[in-house]
Design a binder for this molecule. Sequence first.
Ligand SMILES: [Zn+2]
Length: 431
Amino acid sequence: MVRLNKGVGVEIQRGIKFRLYPTPEQAEALQTQGHAARAMWNLLHDWWTWGGRSRRPSLTLADKAIRQARKDIPWLAGLPAQAAQQVLRQYHRAWVNCWEGRAETPRFKSRVRSKMTVDLPQGRDLNITRLSGRWSIVKVPKVGVVRFRAHRPIPGKVTGARVVREANGWHIVLRAHWEQDDPAPHTGPTVGIDRGVVVPLALSDGTDYTHPQWSNPKQSERLVRLERQAARQRRSHKPGDSTSNRLKATYDKIHGLRARLTRRRADWQHKTTHTLASVYSLIGLEDLNIAGMVRSARGTAETPGEQVRQKAGLNRSIQGEAWHQLHTQLTYKTTERGGRVVVVPAPGTSQRCHMCGFVDARNRKSQAVFACTNPTCGWVGNADTNAAKNTHFAALQAAKPTAPGSGVAGRGALQPLGGALKRQPKRKATA
Ligand SMILES: [Zn+2]
């Protein structure tokens, strides 16, 4: 997160993840807390949704109920009071996000399928101390002093943390907070980026950023096999029984493999956004309604989606690219370097010719080729690059301060891209 603070500098808040190395007893204690936090969420969820919309309890009531539950149920008391309050805050925020259209309805958290997290909202109680070049320690309430690998320095002040159980062990995400002097304005070139499934990132200057498939054929095959195995094991499971150890082991293997692919993607994304933010002063991105694109496949009961299978495949690709994270990373990285990201409306970027501004669905000859059907233009080239050039142009227009005396709005910015942009195509006299 970056917040601009006029005059003083830039105030930066960032989560930094470190790998924890708890002793077996500490891991056990973390596990207990993780389960308690999840159970707390589920209790709240039951209570909140019981009786429907009209009988939703107030936050004060929910808070009171949490305090009472920690007194009555011994294993809930294993969760520190601050962490329990945080569960309530998060549950409430999940509903606000849902009401404001940013997220799905909050749901019951299953024991085997959800990620375990415990919040440590008080930064000053953490007592982070550096032991050596490699190791540091952190005090986790009701768990003790836990070692972690300090693979990088912690900038600024730590205001809170969250402990997360991932497929490869426990991690701690420290919420660091610091102030930075206003960076000097970035002097690099400007660019537009088109995000796609075939070409992950196509730039308006003609360069493409691609990556190999996140999973190699062997891994994909293993994933399919494990998913089938889990389905088979689920079938032999009777309702009311607890999940079998064999099924849990299968789930662990699936999570482990998925997490590995996610780490591979995160690595590529961080390196790529670092390069882009270092090189370019202004980056134009098209405004993609990612949630809408992903949700549209299944449709609703009244209006079932069309081509569900194909779209589901596209959704997997969209989620595989994690476009939202890319946007977030680009935004904070450019801001730190004195650059900026400009988001522009997406409609038309793939159908408009960047040379003459002619919009026609037939312009797009195939996934890769764009050929302008305007007879006086006839530009032919890469379709993704064309879309990126349109995004670039729109971003420059949006970023341009409306200088007095610049004449007709927008005209001044037409030059950098060359050619007569946005001009209506000349049509032949005979229509
Ligand atoms: Zn054209």
